[in-house]
Ligand binder design. Structure first.
Ligand SMILES: NC(=O)c1ccc[n+]([C@@H]2O[C@H](COP(=O)([O-])OP(=O)(O)OC[C@H]3O[C@@H](n4cnc5c(N)ncnc54)[C@H](O)[C@@H]3O)[C@@H](O)[C@H]2O)c1
Length: 169
């Protein structure tokens, strides 16, 4: 995705918990990409990454909430609720906090685009581990609930639905 954004003229700040992989990707995409280590379960990491972007580039045009985790318990009765909370804090809280901190800069400028990757598993049961599908549904719901609260309606919040299936042409 970073490559696509850069091809379209963007300067990209890549964030991830995988420090070395992120650094390597930024070096590969030099000089149009920078890497900032960010654990989306920590609000301060997201806030710092947004502040870094604005201080480096003078603006934040697009926030792309894309990172996820999933897990696969063999049976519903084996669902580990500590693991469930961890997945929700990455896949849902991470998205909500991402929207919150992007909005800090986008709302005053009356401009910006927030992308949140969804999943077809929200629409069809049994495709993915339940906690992953539940978290993607909550993340889509969060996007739907938050955009009317972005008082300046001039920025777009898009929740895309990504599918592992090829569309039938
Ligand atoms: N791969 C598919 O077939 C598919 C299908 C439907 C939807 N999607 C959606 O597309 C998006 C990307 O999926 P993918 O398969 O490319 O994912 P991926 O596993 O390749 O990448 C997810 C990234 O999130 C990072 N991450 C994990 N925990 C983090 C944390 N706490 N803080 C910051 N970063 C963290 C990981 O290190 C990893 O680099 C996701 O939102 C996913 O739900 C994917």
């Amino acid at each position: 995705m970073a490559t696509k954004f850069i091809k379209n003229g963007a300067k990209v700040v890549i964030t991830d918990i995988l420090h070395q992989l992120g650094q390597d990707a930024a070096v590969e995409l030099r000089p149009n990409a920078t890497f900032v280590s960010c654990d989306v379960t920590r609000e301060s990491d997201i806030s710092d990454a947004v502040d870094f972007t604005v201080s480096k580039h003078g603006r934040l045009d697009i926030m792309y909430n894309n990172g996820i985790v999933g897990n696969s318990p063999p049976r519903i009765v084996d669902l580990d609720m500590t693991e469930f909370d961890r997945i929700m804090s990455i896949n849902v809280q991470g998205v909500v906090v991402g929207i919150k901190h992007a909005a800090r800069f986008m709302m005053p400028r009356h401009s910006g685009c927030i992308l949140c990757t969804g999943s077809v598993t929200v629409l069809m049961g049994g495709l993915s581990p339940p906690e992953y599908s539940i978290s993607k549904g909550a993340s889509l719901g969060s996007s739907n609930q938050l955009w009317p609260r972005c008082e300046s309606m001039a920025f777009r919040l898009i929740a895309s639905r990504r599918s592992p299936f090829r569309p039938r042409l």
